[in-house]
Design a protein around this ligand. Structure first.
Ligand code: AMP
Length: 222
């Protein structure tokens, strides 16, 4: 399974990426997490300042940087049996890179929620900085307030989860990323390609069930 998760920031991609990756044993590749880890571990490099400037403003990091990262990540041995991409591709150019590299995506899951819910979801979000595990104060709280379920370490609020940056991220999404929905839907006529749109306004458990039904059906038909 070579899966892409699509949908606006705050829609829940991170939450379900973790679920799918654990359940189906796929590497969970989040470009946002890779970038945040790079910043965390390379405090004073030129590239860190450059990447941080983009992220903190809520605008996309330049394609050349992202493409280098993704190419390097996808040739890793753990991607041989499949992978899950969260946050890539984010525009048509990035999607075409996968094509050029002959990396065939066969499953796309698109998450959606009404536009007026997006800001609410992002504002309550907390993350565990080094792993990228995401929580939501109300919708998906950790077992102990403000502590990561696995390590017990403190959760933080992402610097780009503020109202000004969110608006920039949403603009970027609707202009650059949303066209990917049609880009991938056009592939539906091809064999061995599956697309699912999931409304993420229901409970986490019911969304997990929908994802399972979809992915199990694909596995059965193989
Ligand atoms: P995310 O964790 O997916 O919300 O991404 C956080 C930030 O990382 C975005 O607002 C962008 O600045 C940057 N970013 C993540 N993925 C990409 C990508 N595929 N292309 C360009 N910038 C990205």
């Amino acid at each position: 399974m070579r899966i892409i998760l699509l949908g606006p920031p705050g829609v829940g991609k991170g939450t379900y990426a973790r679920f799918i990756s654990e359940k189906y044993n796929l590497p969970n590749i989040s470009i946002g997490n890779i970038l945040r880890n790079f910043i965390l571990n390379n405090k004073n490099s030129f590239l860190t300042h450059k990447i941080k400037k983009y992220i903190d403003q809520g605008i996309m990091v330049t394609d050349s940087i992202i493409i280098k990262i993704i190419k390097k990540r996808l040739i890793n041995i753990d991607c041989k049996q499949g992978f899950l991409l969260d946050g890539f591709p984010r525009n048509i150019l990035q999607a075409n890179i996968l094509k050029q590299e002959n990396i065939k995506i066969n499953i796309v899951i698109e998450f959606y929620i009404p536009k007026n819910q997006i800001v609410k979801r992002i504002i309550g979000r907390k993350i565990h900085e080094s792993s990228g595990r995401t929580y939501h104060e109300i919708l998906n709280p950790p077992k102990i307030k403000n502590k990561d379920d696995i390590t017990g370490e403190k959760l933080i609020t992402r610097i780009d989860d503020n109202i000004i940056t969110i608006n920039n991220r949403l603009k970027e999404y609707f202009i650059q990323t949303e066209p990917l929905i049609n880009y991938y839907k056009k592939k539906l006529l091809k064999n061995n390609f599956f697309y699912k749109k999931i409304n993420n306004m229901s409970s986490i458990l019911s969304v997990q069930k929908k994802i399972n039904n979809f992915l199990n059906l694909i596995k059965k038909n193989k």
